[in-house]
Unconditional design. Structure first.
Length: 187
């Protein structure tokens, strides 16, 4: 299977920024996780397309940047698209893992559910916020199963420390990879 992995944000678009107990940027966490996922998926014999392999944006216009990420997945004839993110909120207390999928698309919903199940199994002590249909701009430009995973809240100090850990990033990458492999087994 050919898998498009999208490390959310990058370059001039940092995404969420956690500030306590130290600063951590979403774009750095997502790139680390997706790089680890890419290595794991390649070891399983899958082809991986990363929308970015370093800290960069594809366009200085955020909307165009999102469209270019989707276009890359379509041009490379990827079979699935997984965008990895960290959540944020103005209140420092929210926490949990959730997965969004392209509404009105059963294969996207199945992909999101298998990924959320793998994450919930790997992190049973984290709040499972479930799977939700979302009308995201990027999804509108994809014709393949697509989902967007929110790995935890950068604005929650406890979860920021969790996301900053290389050990935890590896564990997240393993869980997300397992979810993708479980989806591939259903095909």
């Amino acid at each position: 299977m050919k898998i498009a992995l999208d490390p959310g944000h990058g370059g001039i678009f940092p995404g969420a920024i956690g500030l306590a107990p130290f600063e951590l940027r979403e774009k750095d966490v997502t790139l680390a996780i997706c790089t680890k996922m890419s290595n794991l998926l390649k070891k399983q014999g899958h082809k991986v397309i990363l929308t970015r392999e370093r800290d960069l944006n594809l366009d200085n216009n955020f909307t165009k940047d999102l469209r270019m990420r989707a276009a890359l997945a379509m041009q490379t004839k990827s079979d699935v698209f997984v965008s990895v993110h960290c959540n944020a909120y103005s209140d420092p207390n929210p926490e949990g893992i959730e997965t969004w999928y392209r509404a009105e698309n059963k294969r996207s919903e199945t992909l999101a559910r298998t990924i959320q199940q793998a994450m919930a199994a790997a992190f049973s002590d984290h709040l499972n916020r479930g799977v939700k249909a979302k009308d995201l701009l990027m999804f509108r430009h994809l014709e393949i199963p697509a989902c967007h995973i929110e790995t935890e809240y950068l604005t929650n100090p406890t979860q920021l420390e969790f996301l900053a850990s290389d050990f935890n990033q590896e564990k997240i990458a393993q869980a997300l990879t397992q979810g993708i492999l479980n989806f591939a087994a259903l095909a």
